[in-house]
Design a protein around this ligand. Structure first.
Ligand code: HAM
Length: 444
């Protein structure tokens, strides 16, 4: 037996339905805010992430799935989407008509070589958004509000929004110097990764998970004390916009995020429960000023976020908000004998074209086995077709719940099924095939 790769998982049944529902809700909310879908390749040149996501990030240093292809090119399975979306923006010159802001949403698998644990996989899924070309705290605020709107639309209630500002270039270089001076005094007691971080990017030390290093980080200088006037004002404006829209948030000065491209505001969404917290953040993001330029594009800022779909799903099921069973089937067709299989298939196609979820045995099966399959699949109706019925252009229609059976003419199949399933007039006078109680004709 070949086992699945460590840290990967197969998605099926309720979970697959749940993922589809999550993507549907998140896409619908993003569409309401004017975002368009974008799909970029899973494979990119490694350089995209080393330059884009950042050489001092743990993701690039330790977690990428990187390999040489047969043409000796170094390729990487995307560890995040943002760098790829920016690459696409530049490759396709999407910025060329100056029609800003440009807004994209995306979803799909992401790969990071992390230690697998609760809520942490090596292949997982993200849904995210990026907005380009609007350098205003209103763009940051709308992005944060859209993320919250999305979480509420999924059914979450106790969302904790944490925000911080990493300031502009001036702020960050002054702050990095201060952190360097502070941590240099303690470096002998710190982990080997932090030795490296002290040189490459001391901001990363604030994110260190080693308990004694974390303890030291709590007393480190705070970025608010190094903030330039511009960044201070920008963050104050953002907070004011959030206040005016009655958005609750916590300012967390230790929030630095694990990717190198951020500037100004960064944010994360957590779920307020001890159990939920163990999963880590539901999502996070921030503003990035220099990434588009760094990757060879024009001077264009961006802001965005990504949610982890596994984490959203796991919490939504734990909270009892999501439990999407496979749909039971409407009609099961039971052909009696080989000769009736062909006609049964034609009838199945016709019944499906009427909008009914329909199955049938695809080889010659005993009638008892076919009825067993019909009830196992939760069929509401069984349509039996034997030689005699075939000769008369008829079918036996059985209500699987009451056991009542009657003979119907094949030409009347639509009418008989509509009667059984309670189809009603609702689509501007046309008969609709939505089932009673589940009519979605007028839903958006
Ligand atoms: P990130 O914080 O690295 O941000 O990932 C976003 C979300 O992906 C996390 O909050 C978490 O829910 C989920 N996630 C991360 N790692 C794992 C894992 N190993 N297993 C399961 N879920 C995970 C980004 O990726 C940025 N690109 C977000 C962004 C977009 N910033 C600006 N624009």
């Amino acid at each position: 037996m070949i086992n699945p790769v460590k840290g990967t998982h197969d998605i099926m049944g309720k979970e697959a339905n749940g993922y589809n529902d999550i993507v549907y809700v998140l896409s619908s909310v993003a569409t309401l805010y004017g975002y368009k879908e974008m799909e970029t390749p899973i494979l990119e040149h490694t350089e995209l992430f080393s330059r884009g996501t950042g050489s001092s990030s743990d993701i690039v240093r330790k977690e990428m799935y990187t390999f040489l292809d047969k043409g000796d090119r170094s390729l990487t399975l995307r560890p995040e989407f943002t760098a790829g979306i920016v690459r696409s923006l530049i490759s396709n010159k999407l910025y060329a008509d100056g029609n800003y802001p440009l807004k994209y949403f995306y979803h799909g698998p992401v790969f990071r070589y992390e230690r697998p644990q609760t809520g942490r996989y090596r292949q997982f899924h993200q849904f995210g958004v990026e907005m380009f070309g609007e350098d205003s705290p209103y763009a940051d605020a709308e992005t944060i509000i859209m993320a919250l709107h999305s979480l509420y639309a999924l059914g979450f209630k106790n969302v904790v929004l944490k925000i911080n500002s990493l300031g502009d270039e001036e702020t960050r270089s002054a702050y990095k110097e201060a952190l360097k001076a502070y941590f240099a005094k303690h470096i002998d007691d710190m982990c080997s990764d932090c030795h490296e971080r002290l040189e490459s990017n001391p901001l990363r030390i604030l994110d260190c998970k080693v308990p004694s290093d974390h303890e030291l980080a709590l007393s480190a200088p705070k970025i608010a004390d190094y903030m330039s006037e511009n960044s201070k004002n920008r963050f104050a404006t953002l907070c004011k916009i959030l206040d005016e829209n009655e958005i609750e948030y916590e300012v967390d000065s230790a929030l630095v995020r694990g990717l190198d491209y951020y500037s100004e505001v960064v944010f994360e969404f957590h779920y307020a429960s001890d159990k939920g917290e163990a999963l880590g953040a539901l999502g996070g993001g921030g503003h990035y000023g220099g990434l588009v330029k760094e990757l060879g594009g024009p001077e264009l800022c961006g802001v965005g976020y990504a949610f982890g779909i596994e984490r959203l799903y796991s919490l939504l099921t734990e909270l009892g908000i999501m439990n999407h069973e496979d749909p039971s089937i409407d009609v099961y067709i039971v052909p009696i004998g080989e000769n009736c299989l062909q006609k049964a298939m034609t009838i199945a196609l016709e019944v499906r074209s009427l909008g009914y979820l329909t199955e049938m045995p695809l080889s010659n099966k005993k009638v008892s086995a076919a009825f067993k399959a019909a009830s196992k699949k939760g069929a509401s109706v069984a349509l039996t077709l034997g030689e005699e019925e075939l000769a008369n252009g008829q079918l036996k229609m059985k209500d699987m719940e009451t056991g009542e059976e009657k003979v119907i003419d094949i030409v009347n199949i639509e009418h008989e099924l509509d009667e059984h399933f309670g189809a009603h007039e609702c689509c501007e006078g046309e008969e609709c095939h939505c089932h009673e109680g589940h009519c979605s004709c007028h839903e958006e």
